[in-house]
Design a protein around this ligand. Sequence first.
Ligand code: PLP
Ligand code: COI
Length: 372
Amino acid sequence: MTTTSPASEIAFDVLVSDHPRPAADRAEILAAPKFGSVFTDHMVTLRWSADRGWHDGRLEPYGPFTLDPGTSVFHYAQEIFEGLKAYRQHGGAIVAFRPQANAARFGSSARRMAMPQLPGDAFVRAIELLVSQDRAWVPDGEGHSLYLRPFMIATQTGLGINQPSQQYLFALIASPAAAYFSGGARPVSVWISPEYTRAAPGGTGEAKCGGNYGGAFAGQQQAIANGCDQVVWLDAVERRWIEEMGGMNLFFVSGSGSSASIMTPALTGTMLPGITRDSLLTLAPGLGIKAEEGRISVDEWRAGCASGEISEVFACGTAAVITPVGKVKSPAGEWLVGDGSPGPVTLRLREELLGLQYGDRPDPHGWIHKIC
Ligand code: PLP
Ligand code: COI
């Protein structure tokens, strides 16, 4: 069977696996999914070459790639990825959250990394195909979902760097997931990295490319060594302004009740423009919570927590959903946010976002994309 994506005319052949995981094994995995550790029975692949454009689209059994050791991606890390989730809603539908926004960000990442543009409709079509085929893999437990990982790698063989690869592989894989942080809304502790930065002006910080994450592990290791869950990055120029976390954007809450407001660092080109971040900036005003972009330094964070002006801080992202930040540590000292426990604004926004994604709330912005 071949299925065509109408606008871009990119076709996908469908090859169904003859060795899917037995239902009993799958049920055991779905009962307690671990983030990104087991993958479904199928994947989507699609190739691009300078002479043929996008071709050889396929939904096929999940399996390894065979690549020449001289393949460009192994040496120069020309790789981008996305992360989004499919939810089994309480009404029974399986949906994705804002997949077109991920398609658009994949396009900007591709541009920054000198890679070809995948038409947005083909990106979404790939998701629809894989999720429909592997729908039995979408878990129904509280807060569970199917994490989708689209990515693209440079596949030309050769070590020259005069021009980018002339061949690419796009692929989509999926993995049943519980919340990224165990314990749901359990507050995390963060380490503000004094030594490393994640991204500099003019660099690749706003692209979702693998290198940004490879370069972040040393900072994350230091966070763990200092007894913290996650690293927080500062700007690379002044080393004072808070940017984001390893895989999440940050929000700072001031006030409470009808005077509550949230602020997230403005996008300067060195941060990932999070889709959860954007969704919260849009949703909060409807809940009577003022929302704005701004900037905050480490000293202001510390002083704001000491004076009580900052009442809550939380991180947000696809994998992390909304996770409270309870404790902050840096070489200059450590402090609690509020009393270290999850605050009401954080929990309210979390409930609203999850309610939308799981179909318990109306969807006025048209963010829910029904798949099957
Ligand atoms: N910042 C970084 C570095 C990330 O990797 C992510 C996760 O994708 C985010 C922020 C949050 O983005 P989103 O809400 O689109 O998942
Ligand atoms: C996501 O939330 O999709 C992310 O990309 C975080 C991930 C790198 C664990």
